[in-house]
Design a protein around this ligand. Structure first.
Ligand code: KIV
Ligand code: ZN
Length: 514
């Protein structure tokens, strides 16, 4: 039976980035986008161009770097947003403008304060205007799952007439239920006279843990694009997870009338990359990409798997990239092996100086650690990109802790070539180090989260630390990695402080209407 193509639209860099603390720099977005391209994601939503100058630059840079995936920018349904999106995308090989407006009674009345007729008019104008910049325009009815059916049919029919080529039906608040949501998608496709002129898409949030189920139900009912994110990252409880949808469709090809072109062996490396850049760990029991997803603990399972893998495994671990990423480098590895591994991880290293600097860092790490794994390389590159020359940098730290004595830390930071030193006591060595830093930087921020993850196995593993700080309602994450977790913690704290001080304020697409 021939299958329809299911378009995979990844919004890790846009909706994923809307998770508090998941802001990404331009360089980080390029790294993730390059990985998504390698995975053969069809459409990459790279950001919301009008949100801030930084967002604009990031969308532009992704559009200029990625050649094989279509690059999309979000825009509200107004001409200024659309112009900014069009400008950011103008050098893309293939571009899309994604414009949206809320259509549910509650959003139209309380958020937009607009009458339904005005909303239809605004949607039509936005789509028509966006067509001046690209012939690929997506229109979304925000809060579709709480929108009246007849009104939604009316808006969509007009949006398609105005030139929308993809129609997205978001479950913005994660309210949908698989049976009902799937029925709505099918009914829309059957009832809208020009529905055959557009691809129907779904975008589900995970507030009730149903994002993947709702998306798959929509696919069964005619949706041919799924919007999703790596690791299910996204606003609140997140979005539909790319890896789960892709592997469900592939594993149950006997049921689904669609197929994707995703190169699934890049799934685990992509998951690791997103986790290391955002500092959002992946829970061990997460489907597909969790550390335990293919671990068989129970003796009876192990016995079965050893005798015949399919007794307990419905997918092959290597098909999603487990095991393939374990090539080990050590202190005797040369530059060519190092570069080859970076290339395999979709880390671009065309700049010779940058490659040399990374190679030097690798040699230092390889001296401390016998085996350097892919995860170590990801952390190494993140660490190098986080070194903000104009911000605070760690020069040295000495910390002491002993049973029965109060832990202390003495720290020296560098800023604009000046050395700044302080010492402090604390409840533990990390607390002492953070207090010492604060007595120099005076960030006034509140520590919201501190987490340490061992990047690989073994006691010589690097610790990867995430620090989340909040000041005046702005939340940022910082990351640091080192074989010494006190040093990793200090790097993470400084990274967060530097990000806060850079004042990366951005508008939120869904908070201030059109
Ligand atoms: O959740 C949502 O409704 C969105 C839209 C902007 C598509 O993210
Ligand atoms: Zn969303």
């Amino acid at each position: 039976m021939s299958k329809d193509k299911l378009v995979i639209f990844d919004t890790t860099l846009r909706d994923g980035e809307q998770s508090p603390g998941a802001s990404m720099t331009k360089e980080e977005k390029i790294r993730i986008a390059t990985m998504l391209e390698k995975m053969r994601v069809d459409v990459i939503e790279a950001g919301f161009a009008i949100a801030s100058p930084g967002d604009f630059e990031a969308v532009k840079a992704v559009a200029e770097t990625v050649k094989d995936s279509r690059i999309c920018s979000l825009s509200r349904a107004n001409r200024k947003d659309i112009e900014r999106a069009g400008e950011a995308l103008k050098n893309a090989n293939a571009s899309r403008i994604h414009t949206f407006i809320a259509t549910s009674p509650i959003h139209m009345k309380h958020k937009l304060r607009m009458e339904p007729d005005a909303v239809v008019e605004r949607a039509v104008d936005a789509v028509r205007y966006a067509r001046n910049f690209t012939d690929d325009v997506e229109f979304s009815c925000e809060d579709a799952s709480r929108t009246e059916f007849d009104f939604m049919c009316r808006v969509i029919e007009q949006a398609i007439k105005a030139g929308a080529t993809t129609i997205n039906i978001p479950d913005t608040v994660g309210y949908g239920e698989p049976g009902e949501y799937g029925r709505v998608i099918g009914d829309l496709i059957r009832n809208i006279p020009n529905a055959d002129k557009a691809i129907f898409s779904v975008h589900c949030h995970n507030d009730l843990g149903l994002a993947v189920a709702n998306s798959l139900s929509a696919v069964m009912n005619g949706a041919r694009q799924v919007e999703c994110t790596i690791n299910g990252l996204g606003e609140r409880a997140g979005n539909c997870s790319l890896e789960e949808v892709v592997m469900a469709v592939r594993t149950r090809h006997d049921l689904f009338p669609v197929e994707t072109t995703i190169q699934t062996e890049h799934i685990v490396p992509a998951s690791r990359l997103v986790s290391s850049i955002t500092g959002f760990p992946v829970q061990p029991n997460k489907a597909i990409v969790g550390a335990n997803a293919f671990a068989h603990e129970a003796g009876i399972h192990q016995d079965g798997v050893l005798k015949h893998r399919e007794t307990y495994e419905i997918m092959r671990a290597q098909d999603v990239g487990w095991g393939d990423n374990r090539l080990v480098l050590g202190k005797h590895s040369g530059r060519a092996a190092f570069k080859a591994r970076l290339d395999a991880l979709a880390i671009s290293t065309d700049d010779a100086d940058e490659l040399n600097a990374l190679f030097d860092r690798f040699k230092v790490l390889a001296d401390k650690k016998h085996e350097v794994f892919d995860e170590d390389l990801q952390a190494l590159v993140s660490d190098a990109q986080e070194t903000d020359e104009s911000g605070y940098q760690l020069e040295s730290i000495e910390s002491s802790s002993a049973t029965g004595r109060k832990p202390t830390a003495s720290i020296t930071l560098l800023q604009d070539g000046s050395e700044l030193s302080a010492e402090s006591e604390g409840d533990g060595p990390v607390d002492a180090a953070f207090k010492a830093i604060e007595s120099v930087v005076h960030s006034g921020a509140e520590l919201k989260l501190y987490s340490v993850n061992a990047i690989t196995k073994g006691t010589d593993s690097q610790g990867e630390v995430t620090v989340r700080l909040e000041r005046d309602g702005v939340i940022v994450n910082g990351q640091g990695a080192d074989t010494d977790i006190i040093v990793a913690s200090v790097k993470a704290y400084l990274d967060a402080v530097n990000t806060l001080n850079a004042g990366l304020l951005r508008a939120h697409p869904q908070k201030d209407g059109v």
